[in-house]
Ligand binder design. Sequence first.
Ligand SMILES: O=C(CO)[C@H](O)[C@H](O)COP(=O)(O)O
Length: 230
Amino acid sequence: MTVDEQKEAVGEAALKYVKPGMKVGLGTGSTAAWFVKAIAREVEAGLKLTLVSTSVQTTQLAESLGLTIKDINDVGTLDLCVDGADEVGDGLALIKGGGGALLREKLIWEQARTCVVIADAAKHVPVLGKFPLPIEVEPFAWKGTVNRISDVLVEFDIDKLPIMRKKDGQPWITDGGNLIFDVACGRIEDPSGLGAALKSVTGVVDHGLFLDLAEVALIATPDGVRIVEP
Ligand SMILES: O=C(CO)[C@H](O)[C@H](O)COP(=O)(O)O
């Protein structure tokens, strides 16, 4: 199975968590896109759902497939959110935000009763941190914020600098108008301690550690989709 076929398989497999009438959050990224396509097919066939999106990119994809995306503020608690991840670690601790949508993703995840993460096998890791951890930063006074992030990293024995994410030489800007800094941590031994410490820095809008949020992971393997619980 190619990686793309694995992504398609988990996107399709997540359909089993979708029931008629549900309010569903649509994740962001190339894996979540397969779920969006599967949902579009089912809606076209008559399934009734209320849908919200975690990014402009996903809204554009969904609308191009004929889906209607509601404003999250008009919807209340969601039944389900299905989204990809960059790393899936022990206890379903995750790194997300490779696609830069981490803040809106976390807002949608926290408003959902059940969160299902879908990923290809290469993303299932024993220890988080090989994938650079994205940190979303308010642009005003970003240099001071990054200095304080660096101080936090030192406290956690991470001797790597936050690198500003760029596209075509320009700062990459999130849907919410913020900057992203990526930190190649290596190994994150204490995800909850690091997450809390980063969140306490003024100017950090959020970070890509998603802890205690996923109820189940669907991991594609060459032999089929494996269900992983915390
Ligand atoms: O967190 C995300 C976007 O902010 C994505 O879910 C994550 O980057 C995985 O993307 P892909 O499925 O394309 O590998």
